[in-house]
Design a protein around this ligand. Sequence first.
Ligand code: TRP
Length: 450
Amino acid sequence: MEKTSIHGMWSSRLAFILAATGSAVGLGNIWRFPYLASDNGGGAFVLVYLGCILLIGLPVLIAEIAIGRHGRRSPITTLAQITRDTAVSRGWTGIGWIGIVAGVLILSFYSVVGGWTLRYAWLYLSQLFGGDPITDPPAVFGALLADPGELLLWHGLFMGLTVGVVALGVEKGLERAVRFLMPALFLTLLLLVAYGATTGHLGQAAAFLFRPDWAKVDAGVLVAALGQAFFTLSLGMCTMMTYGAYLPDRVSIPRTGLIVGLCDTTVALMAGLAIFPIVIAFGLDPEGGGAGLIFTSLPLAFEAMTGGIAYGLAFFGLLFVAAWTSSISLLEPATAYLVERGRMGRKPAALMMAGICWVLGLVTVFSFNVWSHVRVLDRDLMGFIELIANDIMLPLGGLLIALFAGWVLRDGILREQLDGMPQWGFTVWRWLLRVLCPLLVAAVLINALF
Ligand code: TRP
C-alpha cells in the first residue's frame, strides 16, 4: 500500500504542479528578477541565470522532491529518519533546521513586501472609484515606507491571508487556493505581455533581456544569478521537500520537476516582457532600476497610459497572488514540523509560526523608518536579513542537499523515487549533484561571504 503523509496529499499531478509552481512563482519572478536583470546589465545576467537554473536549480529541485517523497514527513523528521535507517551522521538533520530558520527569516520580510502589493492593489482599486491619482510615485512609495503603522497593517493582513490558507490544510487550503489562483495569475500575465506588445517596444525589451553583454559578467553577476536561481525555485530551505512529501507515488519526479522549472522560468521572462516595454515606452531607464523599480517607475507609466488604472490593478493584483501562493509554501514546512513534534493541531501550529514571523517582520518594517539609521555590514536591517537568509542560508542549504543526495543517500532510495528516469539522465543528475553543484555553490558562497 502507498505510504501517505499525515498532513494530507495532493490529489493529482496537476495539483502538485500548480502548488510547486505557485511556490516558485512569486515576488522573486515579478519583483526581484526584473530589477536584478536591470541592475546587472540585462542579457548578461539573464543568460547566467538560465545556466544556473539548468545546471544547479533543476538537479537540486529534483533531489528535494525525491527526498521529501521518500520520507513523507516534515523535512526534519524525514532527514532524521533517513540518517537512522542508513546509519549516517544525524548531523544531516541540520539541513532541516537551516530550512526552518531560513523560512521564518524569509517569510518575515516577504510578508512585508507582500503587504506593499496589497497596498498598491488597493490604491488602484480605489482610483477606479474616484480615489486620488498617484502623481508622484516615489513620494507615495516613500510615504508608505515612512509609516510603520501603515506597513504593519498591510504586513498583518498579508500574513493573515497566508495563515488562513495554511491552517486549512493541504487539500482544503493549499490545493484549493492554487487551483484557482494559478490559472488566474497566468492569464493576467498573458494580458500584460500582450499590452506590452502594443507599446511597440517589445523588441527593445527582448533585446535588453536577451542580448548578452559578456563584458558585464563578473563575480557579482554570478552571485546574484545563483542566489536568484535558488530563491525563485524555492530551493535550499526544504520547501520543495515538504511539497514532495505530499506527492502521490505514481507521479514522475524528473518530468514534474522539469515542468515546474520551466513554468517558473517562463513566468520570470514573461514578467520581464510585461514590465520593460512599459518602462522603455515611458522613457524610464531600464538599467539600474533598483528594488523600487516596479513601485516607483511603473506607477508613473500607469498614470499616463490609457486604461492605466485597470492595468495597475491587474498588475499589483497579480503580484499579490504570486506572493500569496509563495508565502504559504514558506509557512508550510515549519507548520508541518510543529504538528509532528509539538503534538498540536494544524491550526494552532500555523498560527504560532505565522505569529513568530509577523513579530520578526517588525525588524523589516522598522528598517525603513525608526531604525533606518541602523546599518549592519553596510546594509539596512532588511538587507541584512536578506543577506543571511537568501545569500547565505539558501545556498548553504542547497549545497548540503546536493552533497546529501549526491554522496550520502543510497542509490536504491533515489532509484525508487526516480523510477522511469533513463540511465544516462540519472548519471548526469548524480554527477551534477556530486561535483558541479557543490563546487559552484561553494565558490559563490565564499565569494558572498568575503
Ligand atoms: N520562490 C518564491 C519567489 O520567487 C519565494 C519562495 C517561496 C521561496 N518559498 C521559498 C524562496 C522557499 C526560497 C525558499 O518569490
